[in-house]
Design a protein around this ligand. Structure first.
Ligand SMILES: Cc1cc2nc3c(=O)[nH]c(=O)nc-3n(C[C@H](O)[C@H](O)[C@H](O)COP(=O)(O)O)c2cc1C
Length: 205
């Protein structure tokens, strides 16, 4: 079996938060020999993404946090977005990391999309709200991003909690963590019909 390289991208604005605690519980179950790399976006802050996609000069970043994240992303067979739920979406630092993917799609010499195709995107998220359905926008963001990139999508491991450590009281989440990374991750697909198309205004003749 080929060795897998898991990259955990931490997107909380505080250290030792619930998302990271839950992700570490899930990572404990990875088979021996699986490589793990953990990068905290708070310790390696990315600059605001500048949209230079349609300019002509694209160069590969060197020697900075963008280069670190790019190289780590290219080396990973499995990318785990570890982000708290912020306003029903991924955190700003996580979103900035994903925005940089758009620049990397144009970076010469790395074939970013082809390299990531077939690899797996996962998510681990803590949220304060009791009903997990409120995390659907975050799940949609990751699923659709994986679909766009031709990646597999392993889903999102959700845990409940407000202050750091609360997630350890979410026993169902801890049980889900035990098998989360063992699940099959199918090739991601865009949803076929948007729930928004079912809104009343779309039904009027
Ligand atoms: C800026 C901000 C926005 C938040 N938005 C939501 C939200 O939309 N829904 C929710 O259930 N919890 C929300 N929360 C609560 C966090 O998701 C919750 O405290 C979570 O445990 C934080 O994860 P962490 O410990 O990994 O940072 C928000 C917290 C902050 C600081």
């Amino acid at each position: 079996m080929t060795t897998r390289d898991f990259l955990f991208v931490l997107g909380s604005s505080r250290p030792d938060g619930n998302s990271e605690i839950l992700a570490r519980r899930a990572a404990e179950q990875l088979p021996a020999g699986t490589r793990q790399r953990w990068i905290d976006l708070a310790a390696h802050p990315l600059p605001d993404f500048e949209d230079l996609r349609h300019d002509s000069d694209h160069t590969r970043p060197e020697g900075d946090d963008v280069a670190l994240l790019l190289d780590a992303t290219l080396a990973a067979t499995d990318i785990v977005i570890v982000s708290p739920l912020y306003w029903y979406a991924v955190s700003a630092s996580t979103k900035r990391y994903l925005d940089h993917w758009s620049g990397w799609l144009r970076t010469p010499g790395i074939d970013f999309k082809a390299t990531l195709a077939g690899r797996t995107l996962w998510g681990v998220t803590a949220l304060a709200h009791e009903e997990s359905e409120v995390a659907d926008p975050l799940i949609g963001t990751l699923n659709n991003s994986a679909a766009y990139m031709g990646m597999r999508f392993g889903g999102v491991l959700l845990g409940n909690g407000s202050k750091p450590g609360d997630v350890l009281k979410d026993e169902a989440a801890l049980v889900r963590a035990k098998t989360f990374f063992a699940r099959q991750a199918p090739l991601a697909a865009f949803p076929t019909a948007s729930v928004y198309a079912q809104a009343p205004f779309a039904l009027t003749p």
